[in-house]
Design a protein around this ligand. Sequence first.
Ligand SMILES: Nc1ncnc2c1ncn2[C@@H]1O[C@H](COP(=O)(O)OP(=O)(O)O)[C@@H](O)[C@H]1O
Ligand SMILES: [Mg+2]
Length: 281
Amino acid sequence: MSEFPDSLAPDSEPAARAARPEPIVLLDDVHVTLPGPNGPVNVLRGVSLGVAPRETLSLVGPSGSGKTTTLMVAAGLERASSGTVRVAGRDLTALGEDELARFRRARVGVVFQAFHLVPTMTALENVALPLEFAGRPDAFARARKALADVGLDERADHYPAQLSGGEQQRVAIARACAPDPTLLLADEPTGNLDSDTGARVMDLLFAMRERTGATLVLITHDAGLAARCARTVRMENGRIFAPGKTPGDAAGGAAMDAEETPGTPGATKTQDAPSRERTEQ
Ligand SMILES: Nc1ncnc2c1ncn2[C@@H]1O[C@H](COP(=O)(O)OP(=O)(O)O)[C@@H](O)[C@H]1O
Ligand SMILES: [Mg+2]
């Protein structure tokens, strides 16, 4: 059948394997169940997602569909209750807290909607902090370079309160990108910015991504911004919305989900939980 001898079949060829490298993010059947006031809430209900090296992926979907939780699992900031979580070739479910923290500092940069800068630190100190935690001797030099990359070298000694929203988000982008992460995650990074500022800040995020070669997963409600990514994936009710279905199908499928924990009315609630955003990098 094959036109190749066995040893040259595309799957066994190094070149073929190189053409299909391991995804940077590999989530397989990930469930996250969290305690809620009315019992456990099935926040993620079997999320499977692969993101290739250097790919740019936007994650869209209604509020409460599990986008932030998915991002936090990929960041190693939220533990999966079950399922496979591999990021940059590491099985995150097998890492202890210290190892996970080291992994995050070296490999993952996160940009949050609300910036999450440390208010008592200057822009430079905010960017240098994760580099210092990572034990990089060149922390401040790298931080200065990253601030220059986002056009804020003149603002290095300003405190967050002395910066505009757009400038604060640029500092946060510098902080996320300074360690040269393999994976860059952004959770509604323009959500607190006016549209012009948001567009300029996103130009910077994409430019920084291009420069670092990082894989980008971007959560956004902005269709134009989502379209700047090579691929868009939609979430509904704690799951990746299967291609080819209409949102109604996805919701219906989820509603009939036999896995739903009995007596958990919170499972399909659509409130954003304010506690979700973390300051930790
Ligand atoms: N710590 C938590 N405890 C219980 N439920 C939570 C918690 N965090 C989020 N949820 C719930 O999980 C669902 C998905 O949340 P989230 O991942 O933040 O969705 P999205 O980012 O798509 O808005 C929501 O219904 C939310 O209320
Ligand atoms: Mg969210």
